[in-house]
Design a protein. Sequence first.
Length: 293
Amino acid sequence: MAAGCPQEMAQVFCHILAAQPATIAPLELSQQLGLSVLQVDRALEWWAGQGLLVRSEAPAPQAEPVKTAAIGTTARLSRQEVNAIAADSEEVQFLLGECQSVFGRPISPTEANMLVSLHALHGLPVAVILMLVGYCRSVGRCKVGYIERTGIGWLESGIDTVEKADAHIQKLLRSRDAQERVRALFGIHDRVLTKKEEQFCYTWLEEYGFPDEVVKEAFEICVDRKGKVLFSYIHSILKSWYLKGYRTLGEVQAEKRPAAPGNRGKGFAPSFDVAALDQSRTRLPTAKKREGE
């Protein structure tokens, strides 16, 4: 054996001599020996350079990663599988490098496992994972668990392309903006909103398209009548205005103003009772005709 041969190279060669395999699979060998795929590959390359191993000129095509994880689970690949995929896939190497740039630091083995598992095990495309990580970074939620749960949630909702991810992210950002605007209007600074309240905020400002002052008006009506903030009550007010076609504060306030005294109803409203007048006519004495008339 050549002098200065690293220990893992000797370990790989001794295993091959003992097992006498017809072919050598780096991933399987790495799992058997407890080495990374990169270490196994280096060892095989070294022994091939010594003329003791022969690499096939036409290696068997690499199979696509098997996606066995059910949607909604948080299953992950083993460390050896992650190493193997990262060693053989330039796309995954790009993913890990870009995420490292987003985080501004080296990614941990746990983060690498999560990212590669989202792609190879759960089937989320690399481009979509990068958009996912970018969104989580923008909202200050770069923890492994949050990114993983959000990614699996996207898959459950069918968000598996760049176009769908972009549309979803834009909606999420608009929703966060709507929540912050409503919290400011209502003076809510000591608690987070419930999921139902978050949906109300999005409905009022995005789906109904109300400006802030209309939402504020509904808030004040609620507080005056109920003595506290009730999102469901405010929603009933805003929904009724929306169905009536109101969109501005002026239109809302016009509904509360009484009609002008001379303009109630349609057309001219007489100030006397016509029916009573007709009845009185029947009671009037009839003048007698004078002779000769």
